[in-house]
Design a binder for this molecule. Structure first.
Ligand code: NDP
Length: 477
């Protein structure tokens, strides 16, 4: 019998996805540009299931039952277009082409439209969880038509991670919706990692704890409301000793964070949509700053505060305060990310259900966490809620955390420990809370230098003041 699903592109991700399908009993056709990889897969893992190795895209497409379901898992960008161009003439109406790579959602919109015009379904799908997730159950975020999900969804739901009997896979929405949501997922991941890194930095450079002690603090936190994959691996990394030197691993790693670009895309897109994702933006900027070696070297002589450690009385409750600040900042970062999903959904007419996104992120992906159940519940209560911060649970958590959060941010400022993530989250929180923002003054400045006009609190319409003639009433424009 013909294969039920095909995978082309058999590097780490594609190979493991193919094995995942096979382990779930599906007949899988496999293909890779360099045939050696295809042979290696079948030689090594052929015993795991029913694989059909193919040497060309012609053989590959001929090996699949109709409508064909095939997953492209190649390098994102031009290579994906190249593979699509080669594949399309070999396909028939109704076939479903999946791009599981990290594509930009605008590329996915373009590809989806092009394939739709040829009677094909194109599914841009986010796949999160890395190499291990692909094999053991990723979180899957497929976009595309309803029809494509009817043909493909059951297979994806089978191989996805499962939490409380529910698959970490759902139909996200049309065309670019899946890749958009995957992009924001990665942006949130950046923010979460940055906040955790700041918590570590504070415990170390204000609290005076050593990496193994901080690992123990994170382990304890992982038994509570912060429980998550990222907190767990943070404890493991901090507990790790470098074999060559016997020093803590974090002390032998060069402090320059790298990035592949999905965090940057998230911020670029947020700027276009006008969504203030300050937590994600600070996280991206913090990574950029860390990489500016020359700038940092040249700035090493900038003066800092004279006081650089907490006194011992304050340090006793410091770890608890940092836990509160981390939780509160995390709520803000996720709230901002979800606001971006809602804004993208409105802009492109995707009708994304934010609660469903929280549900499929509970397993398989990097930001999987107990916390996401709370977000799911918040949106189940009100799908259109303007911000997660208004949910009763999060409101209570912020109310309980805010004193500690303020203490941590002010302590960090006093001691000179950089906490861009914590500080921006608190500033966002206070900005939302504020009954009046200084934006009124900014409108005045704009009207002064550029006659950009302003609106008044007491009358409708747009107004301009003749600034050079102080006595004159404003003009309505
Ligand atoms: P890579 O991104 O390293 O891509 C390598 C694969 O792409 C190989 O199979 C290679 O074939 C193929 N390829 C490259 N150029 C072409 C081309 N012009 N024509 C045909 N095939 C080509 O592989 P990964 O497995 O790391 O990732 C696959 C996709 O999944 C990427 O889009 C990535 O962004 C995404 N992703 C990766 C994750 C990860 O943790 N690695 C997590 C989530 C998504 P050949 O063997 O012939 O060179």
């Amino acid at each position: 019998p013909l294969a039920q699903i095909g995978v082309t592109g058999l590097a780490v991700m594609g190979r493991n996805l193919a094995r995942n399908f096979a382990r779930h009993g599906y007949r899988v056709a496999v293909h890779n540009r360099t045939e050696a990889r295809t042979r290696a897969l079948v030689d090594e893992f052929g015993g795991e299931g029913d694989f059909t190795a193919t040497a060309s895209l012609e053989e590959f497409t001929a090996a699949l039952e109709r409508p064909r379901r095939l997953v492209i898992m190649v390098k994102a960008g031009q290579p994906t277009d190249d593979v699509i161009d080669e594949l399309v003439p070999l396909l028939d109406e109704g076939d479903v082409v999946v791009d599981g790579g990290n594509a930009h959602f605008l590329d996915t919109r373009r590809r989806e439209q092009a394939l739709r015009e040829r009677g094909l379904h194109f599914v841009g799908s986010g796949v999160s969880g890395g190499e291990q997730g692909a094999l053991e159950g990723p979180s899957i975020m497929p976009g595309g038509s309803e029809e494509s999900y009817r043909v493909l969804g059951p297979l994806l739901e089978d191989i996805a991670a499962q939490v409380d009997g529910r698959p970490c896979c759902t139909h996200v929405g049309p065309d670019g919706a899946g890749h958009f949501v995957k992009m924001v997922h990665n942006g949130i991941e950046y923010a979460d990692m940055q906040l955790i890194a700041e918590a570590y930095d504070l415990l170390r450079h204000a609290g005076g704890l050593q990496p193994p002690e901080i690992a123990a603090v994170f382990r304890e936190w992982n038994g509570g409301r912060l429980e998550s994959y990222l907190i767990g691996i943070t404890a493991d990394v901090l507990a790790h000793t470098d074999a060559a030197t016997g020093r803590p691993f974090v002390d032998v790693v060069l402090d320059r964070a790298e990035q592949k670009g999905t965090g940057r895309w998230t911020v670029q897109t947020a700027l276009e949509l006008g969504v203030p994702v300050s937590g994600i933006a600070e996280a991206v900027f913090a990574r950029s700053l860390s990489g500016h070696a020359e700038l940092r070297k040249a700035s090493a002589g900038l003066p800092g505060p004279t006081e650089t450690w907490l006194d011992s009385a304050a340090s006793d409750r410091f770890a608890e305060d940092v836990e509160q600040a981390l939780y509160a900042s995390k709520i803000v970062a996720y709230a901002q990310g979800f606001q971006q999903i809602q804004a993208g959904s409105d802009e492109y007419g995707w009708r994304i259900d934010p609660g469903a996104m929280a549900t499929i992120w509970r397993g398989g992906c990097i930001i999987r966490a107990r916390f996401l159940d709370r977000i799911r519940a918040a949106y189940e209560g009100d799908r259109e809620r303007p911000s997660l911060l208004t949910d009763e649970h999060f409101l209570q958590a912020l109310a309980g955390a805010q004193s500690a959060w303020r203490r941590v941010v002010s302590t960090a400022a006093q001691l000179g420990v950089p906490t861009p993530g914590f500080a921006t989250a608190l500033a966002y929180y206070d900005s939302l809370r504020a009954r009046v923002l200084p934006a009124a003054l900014i409108q005045g400045q704009r009207d002064f230098f550029g006659a950009h006009t302003y609106r008044r609190i007491d009358r409708d319409g747009s107004f301009h003041t003749r600034w050079e003639e102080p006595g004159r009433p404003e003009e309505e424009r």
